[in-house]
Design a protein around this ligand. Structure first.
Ligand code: 5GP
Length: 185
């Protein structure tokens, strides 16, 4: 997958760039466990639909749902706005949602919110389907890059505006399998 560990384990080469360890596996686990607690408290018996946004959030979503003991349904949606390093703002229409969300409580699950363009587009599309509620859980949030003002109900960790890779997040298709999160050097 284009990933090669350097001898110290703190930096990795992904594709053609070096990245340094930024958020450890342990820190990720802790953050997910407190987010899961907050989600359980918020939804209780509401049987929400959890909607991970592909591709990046597949690992986060898999770990998050295994921390939940409440009832929920799961479906996936897809959108893309990134070219290797930059959010393009040009979001392709790849929603492909099969479940009927009308009157249901919906929680979008994102790996990272950067400019917020992808999420703003998703929110607009999904709101048209008239869910009972529509909220967001994101593992990572870059407040400095954020261009919108919609509320993000569950945030794992705030990070500076620098490109990160690992734990499902890719650099040009590479590095999704890294267990921790790494920041570009
Ligand atoms: P936004 O539309 O909020 O600018 O970007 C959202 C999407 O861009 C995320 O779902 C993710 O796929 C990608 N993205 C944003 N920032 C990063 C980053 O630092 N690293 C990686 N690998 N992807 C990012």
């Amino acid at each position: 997958m284009g990933k090669k560990k350097h001898s110290d384990g703190k930096t990795v080469r992904v594709h053609d760039r070096d990245f340094r360890l930024y958020i450890s596996e342990q820190k990720i686990r802790k953050s997910i466990s407190s987010m899961a607690e907050a989600i359980e408290q918020a939804y209780g018996e509401l049987n929400p639909i959890l909607l991970p946004v592909l591709n990046g959030s597949f690992i986060f979503a898999a770990d998050l749902v295994r921390e939940l003991s409440m009832n929920f349904e799961l479906a996936f949606i897809k959108a893309q706005s990134y070219d290797a390093f930059h959010s393009t703002g040009d979001i392709s229409e790849r929603i492909g949602l099969e479940l009927d969300i009308r009157g249901r409580h919906v929680l979008l699950i994102e790996d990272i919110i950067d400019t917020g363009n992808t999420m703003a587009w998703m929110l607009k599309k999904l709101a048209e389907k008239q869910p009972a509620s529509l909220d967001i859980a994101t593992l990572l949030f870059k407040p400095e890059a954020y261009l919108h003002d919609f509320p993000i109900r569950f945030v794992g960790m705030e990070i500076p505006d620098a490109f990160v890779v690992g734990y499902g997040l890719d650099y040009d298709g590479h590095g999704r399998n890294l267990k921790a999160i790494y920041q570009v050097c």
